[in-house]
Design a protein around this ligand. Structure first.
Ligand SMILES: NC(=O)C1=CN([C@@H]2O[C@H](COP(=O)(O)OP(=O)(O)OC[C@H]3O[C@@H](n4cnc5c(N)ncnc54)[C@H](OP(=O)(O)O)[C@@H]3O)[C@@H](O)[C@H]2O)C=CC1
Ligand SMILES: O=C(O)[C@@H]1CCC=N1
Length: 271
């Protein structure tokens, strides 16, 4: 008889990102994981790739031995799932529920899982390669051991910060959605290189390594981004010509507005 300790509801992009690292880090054995996922092809993939148990019945993740139930479905299906689980959760001991659903509030989670320890979290896709950043905030019934468990799990996929719940939508707008903004920037930088005559493969490599290297440099030296910009811009040189064009095009404003728009959308998803 298999002992399930970790239940994952929703084996999509983010569910898989976490799963892969938890198994690689041996935080859970493959046999201790049960993934609930509606698509049979996806179930088959997760079973073959990670050797985990799979089901299409969300209720089955609540076993007497389950320590953590991780919710990684789209926010739009949350209320349907809450209804589906309403009966089963009254009959089991209360595992820690961790939700990464954009916008879904602790109030909504605690209404669906009454008196359960709950952590609302917002990771991001670099979690797949262990370079993510996750913000967490605890619900009303969460004790120190639950908090430690959430930190352990998310530390397996990158850095962890703690914020109060009123900041979770802003986190979603910045770091949750941010990998898409950076990917767009990398693609556009490479396109600029191609427009200036570089072969595509070289342009892609230069763009990617420039962003990676700049982030690493800032991360390691802790210098302010403005200081780095000043170091690159030689008087009367090339960089200030490029920076001036970015300012004319509203580059900074575009990023600020992107974070604000994504934050607002996260707020809407919780309504
Ligand atoms: N992608 C990201 O960068 C981030 C996403 N998030 C949050 O993570 C959550 C998941 O996002 P993401 O991984 O991108 O989405 P995905 O669509 O990749 O994953 C969701 C998975 O849940 C499955 N699913 C759908 N309905 C049900 C159901 N009723 N019961 C169980 N599983 C179901 C989906 O199957 P099917 O495809 O068949 O519908 C899919 O495999 C979202 O709430 C999002 O807000 C948080 C941080 C970052
Ligand atoms: O786009 C979304 O809604 C999810 C939440 C953060 C990143 N992706």
């Amino acid at each position: 008889m298999t002992t399930i300790k970790f239940g994952l509801i929703g084996g999509g992009v983010m569910g898989e990102a976490l799963l892969t690292r938890l198994i690689a880090r041996k935080i859970y054995q493959r046999s201790e994981v049960l993934v609930s996922e509606p698509q049979t092809s996806r179930q088959g993939f997760l079973e073959d790739e990670y050797g985990v148990n799979v089901t299409a019945d969300n209720r089955l993740v609540f076993t007497p031995t389950t320590e953590v139930v991780f919710l990684a479905v789209k926010p739009q299906v949350f209320s349907a799932i809450a209804q589906e689980l309403a009966d089963v959760i009254t009959t089991v001991s209360k595992p820690l529920v961790i939700s990464i659903l954009a916008g879904v509030t602790l109030n909504q989670l605690e209404a669906a899982f009454p008196h359960f320890p709950i952590i609302r979290a917002m990771p991001n896709t670099p979690a797949t390669v262990g370079a993510g950043v996750t913000a967490i905030c605890p619900g009303a019934y969460t004790k120190a051991n639950h908090h430690e468990t959430a930190k352990l799990l998310f530390s397996a996929v990158g850095e962890v910060v703690e914020v109060s719940e009123n900041l979770m939508d802003a986190v979603t707008g910045l770091s949750g959605s941010g990998p898409a903004y950076v990917a767009l920037a990398i693609e556009a930088l490479a396109d600029g290189g191609v427009a200036a005559g570089l072969p595509r493969t070289i342009a892609n490599q230069l763009a990617l390594q420039t962003v990676l290297g700049t982030a690493k440099f800032l991360h390691e030296t802790k210098i302010h981004p403005a200081e780095l910009k000043d170091r690159v811009t030689s008087p009367g040189g090339t960089t200030i010509a490029g920076v001036a064009q970015l300012e004319r095009a509203g580059f900074r404003s575009a990023l600020i507005e992107a974070v604000k728009a994504a934050t607002a959308r996260s707020q809407e998803l919780g309504k």
